[in-house]
Design a protein around this ligand. Structure first.
Ligand code: UD1
Ligand code: UDP
Length: 364
């Protein structure tokens, strides 16, 4: 019996690993799939809610590391995870995405000689000022299976001299989760509860340090969203990092009317909110992909994206961080200048099944 251990820590990790946990059930006679939660995200609405909604197994291990500086958080995960790996001696460690939990787990496993599978390998923003870019590069270097979501990932890994035998173009497990919950998403009544007209409101999320940690940037971002909110109602479920900064910068009392700030939402409600939106304005990684899959217009407020397929094939508009440009792009889209999109190759709901089959077929 093989043991495979997946390590998750942050909101997008849960959504990416849920279908894989399900896919391994098919092989339960041959493989034991264990789940380790680092505790990087810990609020009920950033963590537990996804385990409930996505019917994920409860974590077998919870490291409870919480927040901290990058070094503190990464180091704490490494120290605690080493104990788990020493006790369980898994045959493979699976790490999704690009967060500190991904990097920390990959480093510990590689030093212990345990093979690693990286789900969502090869994405590159080519911007090393993003903590995620460092996490992606280092994780890919030490991984033995590189599971790729889009063609750019294949090119990037080959350009970096990765062994072709390690690279597998499998599709996108985040889209597996979306595809398998689509009925619930379409029938959820979040628009009714928030009294929104379907197809005539805007959704926003922001949490990148470059947008929300600086007083001036966050202030002008909120002012810009406030101006968009004069045209259409705008719903903004606020990430804990952003909430903290909105409070600290004294922006709470200055919120324009029409702009509805909420707690972070559960998966089904949030995806339903996006499904019926006219426009999403965000700096999230995963949301660029989900809007492309659903054919919803998305403005990405960043200088670059590690997910170029959402621009080339999908409905994503990468507009940079100038607030004039963001406002103009939003007004243009609300005025009808939209971009048609298609669903990228292999974003078909079967990525996790492909990954599990490749892992199970692999002969050392
Ligand atoms: C992390 C990831 C980022 C990812 C995002 C997804 C890193 C370096 N960053 O950013 O790539 O896009 O998750 O959401 O791994 N906090 C709470 N409650 C929570 C979670 C966080 O209060 O449930 C607080 C933390 O204590 C900390 C801050 O929010 O003060 C930031 O959390 P952290 O996990 O360090 O980074 P994120 O901004 O969430
Ligand atoms: N998400 C959610 N509720 C919210 C905001 C986001 O369920 O209030 C989902 C979103 O649809 C996507 C994932 O969380 O599936 C993305 O997480 P986030 O934007 O925090 O991380 P990133 O993708 O930028 O790393």
């Amino acid at each position: 019996m093989k043991t495979v251990l997946s390590v998750v820590g942050a909101r997008p990790n849960f959504i990416k690993i849920a279908p894989l946990a399900r896919a391994f059930k098919k092989y339960r006679k041959e493989v034991k799939h264990l789940l380790c939660h680092t505790g990087q995200h810990f609020d009920q609405r950033m963590s537990e809610i996804f385990f409930d909604e996505l019917q994920m197994p409860r974590p077998d291990f919870n490291l409870g590391v919480g927040g901290g500086s990058h070094a503190e958080q990464t180091a704490r995960i490494m120290l605690e995870l080493e104990k788990v790996l020493l006790a369980e001696r898994p045959d493979l460690v699976i790490v999704p995405g690009d967060v500190n939990s991904t990097l920390a787990a990959a480093l510990v496993a590689s030093k212990m000689g345990i093979p690693i599978a990286h789900v969502e390998a090869g994405l590159r923003s080519f911007d090393k000022s993003m903590p995620e870019e460092i996490n992606r590069i280092v994780t890919d270097v030490v991984s033995d299976f590189l599971f790729v979501t889009e063609h750019s990932g294949m090119h990037n890994l080959r350009d970096e001299g990765m062994d072709d035998n390690k690279i597998f173009f499998v599709g996108n497990t985040m889209i597996d989760t979306l595809e398998s919950h689509y009925e619930a998403i379409e029938s959820c009544d979040i628009t009714g509860r928030l009294k929104l007209d379907k197809g005539r409101y805007v959704v926003s999320t922001f949490h990148r340090p470059s947008n929300v940690d600086d007083r001036e940037s966050l202030t002008s971002l909120m002012e810009t969203l406030g101006r968009v909110a004069k045209e259409r109602r705008l719903v903004f479920p606020v990430h804990p990092r952003t909430r903290k900064n909105i409070r600290e910068f004294g922006l709470e009392d200055k919120m324009p009317s029409g702009l509805l700030l909420t707690e972070p939402m559960g998966y089904i409600e949030f995806l339903s909110l996006m499904r019926y939106a006219e426009l999403v304005i965000t700096d999230s990684g995963g949301i660029q992909e989900e809007t492309t899959y659903m054919g919803v217009q998305c403005i990405t407020v960043r200088r670059n994206t590690e997910r170029p397929v959402t621009i080339d094939v999908g409905t994503n508009h990468l507009v940079g961080v100038s607030m004039e440009k963001v406002e103009k792009a939003a007004m243009d889209i609300l005025g009808g200048t939209t971009k048609p999109g298609r669903i990228p190759e292999l974003w078909d709901g079967k990525a996790a099944k492909r990954i599990a089959a490749i892992i199970m077929d692999h002969k050392e």
